[in-house]
Design a protein around this ligand. Structure first.
Ligand SMILES: Cc1ncc(C[n+]2csc(CCOP(=O)(O)OP(=O)(O)O)c2C)c(N)n1
Ligand SMILES: [Mg+2]
Length: 361
């Protein structure tokens, strides 16, 4: 394992059928500690990470509002609370690398370089959207950015990532490219996860598996569905290296991802990062959240990725309130422009609805 803020989870799996401890274990709380000195990364780098997280946060807050107004419809899964994961991993990837994510992928798409306007128009279902209005929230896609999709199927991105990496190792012009695949811990229960891990290891494919362990798959706590909740223990079965990292700490994520990606590029072997994180909002817009205590959510919020990092930066003299307000205003202005773009967008004419659709009778 590479050196990170690694830890071992201590919650015991439930065997009684009663609700098991969810996101509030001592080990999970221990993950909030900031072991990395931000000064080592420099002020500009740290402010850029705050800006990245704020762009995601403000965009998604507006999405939730627009959903309430009926402007955005269908499914909507917010990443709020988990921003440090995408913000920590993404700066380590180059334009030649591939990125895949889940239906909770707005932040990944944004930080990968998909314009916020194209994301917002896609949310609206407009033709100007990054998937031409045909994908919606769960299916953002941008070939140019090599953002190879959100995916509505739990675990659905993993076989695609393995396929992309297999293509890369066979094409002379794609040597050195890495495929980063983000997925929730719920995917670990899927056969596709195990098949993908096995093939990536067996064929030595350059895949970075990024498991966003937010402790719940919809309403199911990990400890209610998995006999082994230390997910890195599963790696022994694939002879794959991996590490556990505090996913609420953008610098910890960044440093672990940098080492992991360098290693994948150099060895061409896959690597598994388990990032401990927490979603502050409901699973989707239809979720009464009966499976977790409000107090648990509030406790995690006190260590939120933006709040925690900015507090640390201010304490270190690397940022002041004016810096924060400036970055926040920039993010809000970008959101306003994206919403105006989506509002002004066009609907696909009815006559074109069957274009690019293959129908089988
Ligand atoms: C194959 C499959 N089974 C079930 C579902 C329904 N479903 C949607 S989200 C979800 C939970 C997944 O949780 P996790 O992988 O932990 O990701 P998170 O939502 O926490 O980010 C489930 C079971 C699905 N979309 N695909
Ligand atoms: Mg989850």
């Amino acid at each position: 394992m590479i050196a990170t803020t690694a830890t071992t989870t201590t919650a015991t799996p439930s065997t009684t059928g009663t609700p098991a401890p969810g996101g509030d274990t001592p080990a999970a709380q221990d993950l909030h500690r900031y072991a990395i000195d931000p000064a080592a990364h420099g002020r500009e780098f740290c402010l850029a990470r705050v800006a990245d997280m704020l762009r995601i946060r403000r965009m998604e807050e507006r999405c939730a509002q627009l959903y309430g107004e009926g402007k955005i419809r269908g499914f909507l899964h917010l990443y709020i609370g988990e921003e440090a994961v995408a913000a920590g991993v993404m700066p380590n990837l180059g334009p030649e690398d591939n990125v895949l994510a889940t239906y909770r992928e707005h932040g990944h798409a944004l930080l990968r370089g998909v314009p916020m306007k194209a994301i917002m128009a896609e949310m609206y279902g407009k033709r100007e959207g990054c998937s031409r209005g045909r994908g919606g929230s769960m299916h953002l896609f941008d070939r140019e950015a090599r953002f190879c999709g959100g995916n509505g199927i739990v675990g659905g991105g993993l076989p695609l990532a393995v396929g992309l990496a297999l293509a890369d190792v066979t094409l002379p012009q794609r040597q050195g490219a890495v495929t980063a695949c983000f997925f929730g811990e719920g995917a670990v229960a899927e056969g596709a996860f195990h098949e993908s891990m096995n093939l990536a290891a067996l064929w030595r494919l350059p895949v970075l598996f990024v498991c966003e362990n937010n402790l719940y798959a919809m309403g199911t706590a990990l400890s209610r569905s998995e006999a082994q909740i230390d997910l890195t223990k599963k790696l022994a079965g694939y002879d794959m290296a991996g590490a556990q990292v505090n996913g609420m700490n953008v610098l910890a994520v960044h440093d672990a991802a940098r080492q992991a990606i360098e290693r994948v590029r150099a060895t061409r072997a896959p690597f598994f990062l388990e990032l401990h994180t927490y979603r502050f909002r409901a699973h989707s817009m239809f979720d009464a959240e009966l499976y977790r205590d409000k107090a648990e959510v509030e406790r995690w919020k006190t260590h939120g990725p933006i709040h925690g990092f900015t507090a640390r930066l201010k304490a270190a003299g690397l940022m002041d309130e004016a810096d924060f307000q400036r970055l926040d205003a920039q993010a809000l202005a970008e959101v306003d422009a994206a919403v105006a773009f989506a509002e002004a967008g066009t609907w696909e004419p009815e006559a074109e609805l069957t274009r690019e659709v293959t129908a089988a009778r």
